[in-house]
Unconditional design. Structure first.
Length: 318
C-alpha cells in the first residue's frame, strides 16, 4: 500500500473542520482500491479558536490523523512547509480545510501521477465566482504583472491545492528561505506539472482569513521574492530623471544668459520638485523592501516553532 499525505493548514477553522474531515475520509476510502493509504496532517497555525481541540478529537479516534501545532501564528506559508516536513508519503497533497479545494479531485490527481508522465498535479480556478469584483481585478493584474516581470511562471488562478511526488517535495524542502512564496517555489523547482481546472467554490463555513491588505502584502512578497525587475525599474527611472534634470539645468542657464531674469513659475517648479521627490521615495521604498527581506534571511530564524504535536521525532523548531 502506498502512503498519500494530505497536508491541511488550519487557522481558526473550528467551524469548517467537522465538514471537511468526513469528506476527506470518504475520498481516502475510495482510494483504497488504488492501493493507497492516507495520513492527514493538520497544521494548526496558532488558531485562537478550538481548531486544535477539534483536530485532537479526530486524532483520538483515527490513527491516520496527525497534527502539528505552532506556538503562535506564523502564516500559511510556514504551515505548508511544516506539513511537508512532517509528511512521509510517496505522494503529498496540500489543501485548505474550507472545501474551496474539492477533495473529489484527489482520486484524479493520484491517477494522473500513476499513469501519466507528471511529477505534480496542480489545480487552478477558471472562474472567480463569489469573489468581490475589486479583489478579482487586482488578482488578475497581479498574475499579469508577475508573468511580465519574472522568469518564474506563475499560472493565473493557480491554487496551493496540488499533489506532488516525493522528489518534488524533497526539492521544495531544500529551499529553506524565511520569506516564502510557495506559488513561485512550486514553479521554480521545475518538474512536470499538469493543471486541473475547476470553477470557484465558496467556503463551506467560516470566514476567509485573507483580507485585501494581507493579499496585497502577499503579492508584494511574491514580486520581491521572484523578480529583481522593480530594482531595474527604479534604476531606469533614476537615469531618466537625471537626464531630465540636466536638460532643465541647461535651459535655465541659457535663459538666464539671454534674458537676464530669474525663472518664473514658482508653483509649477514646486509641482516638479514634489513629483521628482515622490519618484525618489518610491525607488527608495523598493530598495527598502529588498533590504528588509535580506535582513530577515540573514537572521536565520526558524520558519516556525512547534508547541505540541503527535508526530514522533518532531522537533520544537525547524
Amino acid at each position: 500500500m502506498r502512503l498519500v499525505s494530505i497536508i491541511v493548514p488550519c487557522y481558526n477553522e473550528e467551524q469548517v473542520l467537522p465538514l471537511f474531515y468526513p469528506e476527506i475520509c470518504k475520498v481516502a476510502d475510495e482510494c483504497r482500491e488504488k492501493d493507497c493509504e492516507f495520513e492527514f496532517i493538520f497544521v494548526n497555525d496558532g488558531s485562537r479558536d478550538n481548531t486544535l481541540a477539534v483536530v485532537k478529537e479526530f486524532a483520538a479516534s483515527d490513527p491516520r490523523v496527525k497534527y502539528v501545532s505552532f506556538s503562535r501564528n506564523f502564516g500559511k506559508e510556514s504551515a505548508m512547509f511544516a506539513g511537508l516536513e512532517a509528511s512521509s508519503g510517496s505522494m503529498v497533497a496540500i489543501m485548505d480545510a474550507d472545501l474551496q479545494d474539492p477533495p473529489s479531485l484527489i482520486p484524479e490527481m493520484i491517477r494522473i501521477l500513476d499513469e501519466e508522465p507528471y511529477d505534480c498535479v496542480g489545480s487552478r480556478r477558471v472562474t472567480r465566482k463569489g469573489e468581490p469584483p475589486i479583489r478579482s481585478f487586482f488578482a488578475r493584474m497581479f498574475y499579469k504583472i508577475m508573468r511580465k516581470m519574472s522568469k518564474t511562471e506563475i499560472v493565473d488562478g493557480a491554487r496551493d491545492f496540488r499533489m506532488m511526488k516525493r522528489p518534488m517535495v524533497n526539492a521544495i524542502l531544500e529551499m529553506r528561505e524565511y520569506n516564502r512564496f510557495s506559488k513561485g517555489i512550486f514553479s521554480w523547482v521545475g518538474f512536470r506539472t499538469k493543471w486541473l481546472e475547476y470553477e470557484n467554490v465558496e467556503r463551506a463555513a467560516g470566514e476567509t482569513k485573507w483580507s485585501f491588505r494581507k493579499l496585497l502584502l502577499y503579492s508584494i512578497d511574491g514580486m520581491v521574492a521572484f523578480s529583481t525587475t522593480p530594482l531595474a525599474v527604479s534604476s531606469v527611472l533614476g537615469l531618466i530623471f537625471c537626464l531630465v534634470s540636466f536638460i532643465a539645468l541647461i535651459i535655465v542657464f541659457v535663459r538666464q544668459l539671454i534674458w537676464h531674469n530669474s525663472v518664473g513659475g514658482w508653483a509649477s517648479a514646486m509641482c516638479i520638485v514634489f513629483f521628482i521627490s515622490g519618484i525618489q521615495l518610491f525607488c527608495i521604498g523598493i530598495l527598502g523592501q529588498y533590504l528588509a527581506k535580506t535582513y530577515m534571511e540573514v537572521k536565520k530564524r526558524p520558519i516556525y516553532v512547534v508547541s505540541e504535536s503527535n508526530i514522533s521525532d518532531d522537533s520544537a523548531a525547524s
